[in-house]
Design a protein around this ligand. Structure first.
Ligand SMILES: Cc1ncc(COP(=O)(O)O)c(C=O)c1O
Length: 415
């Protein structure tokens, strides 16, 4: 069979919505400067979809630094991979700053979070080792697992009993193979906003020998007293052996880093294929990340404002009867009782008639059967935004409850 013919028969779990949703529900264009209000299809919308937690994306100091660094260095510098010709004092300085901030000995920059995580997993384990991971781990972790040639065990989301059972199974296996065990979890689960039971996971180290890798994409900059992440929030930062975060959320940029003991980072320098065989991070991004990290550390008021908005939005929606799940991080899910077509129609109503832009999250991004809207509060939202949103959500939820959206024609999109 022709390969193209085959793939075009089945666009996949997300691609199946391509015809109805492309350009509106998927790949929508938000235009203008990154802000709480942005343009969508020519009209201003209050936007709850960006992981710009601290509001750094359009912060004047960030924009100035980005522009100056781009003018001075361009995006070509440095050329080549870090290992060959792309090493600079700036890269090393940023790594020292990141490591110190998250309380680890050393750090290594990643050009992108996703392949970075894939590559960390690939570098850390071989066929003798066993990986034990949370069932709701991010796609980048699952892709890292695809490269793993040894055994892997999955435990139901945050189920500590199942994790322990799997650690017992894994221990038996590595006694035979002579390998080690790596447990992988996210810090904050980015879709429903709950926090991994890091304290309990770390406590299991007293009974079992394993190393813990935490993907803290959504926790870095938002969680913990200083913003150093979910480990700090749970009081077990030292128990995280390998700490990973992306710059794509609170840092409002691209790239990421991994932090651990110096020897482990030295090892990763020579074994992480996504970095060994890839060009070094461009200088403006390195300098831009330094500026963001400086603001993240020195402007706690940004995090405080973020949390003020998070609490106001969450408490307000809960007070009018919404199911807000168990989110403990800024990620704010709103679980809905409607069907997917009804919820889609509700999102359409929110955008077209209330000028609120938010997204519905569906399988396979969340487990089958879950229909939810995911709101991302940020430091640049206002109480006015919060109150308006609660008011509008109350109205549309009533319509959803009265099945008004099931009578409506499917949203006229692509128009
Ligand atoms: C939990 C988690 N890990 C990893 C990534 C990938 O990071 P990046 O966008 O830097 O590739 C994301 C999304 O950005 C994420 O949400």
């Amino acid at each position: 069979m022709d390969l193209f013919e085959k793939i075009l028969k089945n666009y996949g779990p997300l691609g199946q919505y391509y015809k109805q949703g492309h350009g509106y529900f998927f790949f929508p264009k938000l235009e203008g400067r990154i802000s709480n209000k942005m343009m969508f299809r020519g009209k201003e919308h209050l936007c709850w979809s960006l992981n710009n937690y601290l509001g750094l994306a359009d912060h004047p100091e960030v924009r100035k630094t980005d522009a100056e660094a781009a003018a001075e260095w361009g995006f070509g510098t440095p050329m080549g991979a870090r290992m060959m010709s792309g090493q600079t004092d700036y890269h090393e300085q940023l790594e020292r700053d990141l490591a110190a901030f998250v309380g680890k000995e050393s750090a290594y920059l990643l050009n992108f979070g996703y392949p970075g995580m894939v590559s960390i997993i690939d570098a850390m384990v071989d066929r003798h080792d066993v990986i034990v991971y949370d069932a709701e781990a991010h796609a980048c972790i699952l892709d890292g697992l695809r490269l793993h040639l040894g055994k892997r065990f999955v435990y139901p989301h945050s189920n500590m009993e199942a994790l322990e059972k799997n650690l017992q199974r894994a221990t038996k296996i590595v006694e035979q193979t002579g390998g080690g065990i790596m447990v992988i979890t996210e810090g904050v689960y980015g879709m429903v906003g709950d926090v991994a039971k890091l304290k309990e996971i770390v406590a299991l180290k007293e009974k079992y020998q394993f190393r813990l890798l935490v993907d803290d994409a959504h926790g870095f900059g938002t969680m913990g007293a200083t913003g150093a992440g979910t480990g700090e929030h749970c009081g077990v930062q030292d128990g995280i052996d390998i700490y990973f975060a992306t710059f794509a959320k609170a840092m409002a940029m691209i790239g990421g880093f991994v932090a651990a003991k110096k020897e482990v980072i030295d090892y990763l320098h020579y074994n992480m294929r996504s970095q060994v065989y890839a060009k070094s991070m461009p200088m403006p991004l390195v300098i831009g990340a330094m500026k963001r990290l400086e603001l993240l550390k020195n402007k706690p008021e940004l995090r405080e404002q973020l949390w003020t908005i998070v609490h106001a939005l969450r408490d307000g929606l809960r007070a009018v009867g919404f199911d807000m799940g168990v989110a403990e991080s800024p990620v704010t899910p709103v679980f809905l009782k409607g069907t997917l077509p009804e919820t889609t129609q509700m999102i359409y109503d929110l955008r077209e008639n209330f000028r609120i832009f938010c997204n519905v999250v569906i399988y396979p991004v969340v487990p089958k059967g879950v229909v939810m809207i995911r709101l991302i509060p940020t430091a640049i939202h206002t109480m006015e935004d919060v109150n308006y949103t609660i008011e509008c959500f109350t109205k549309v939820a009533k319509k959803l409850e009265n099945h008004e959206y099931s009578h409506t024609e499917y949203a006229p999109i692509n128009g």
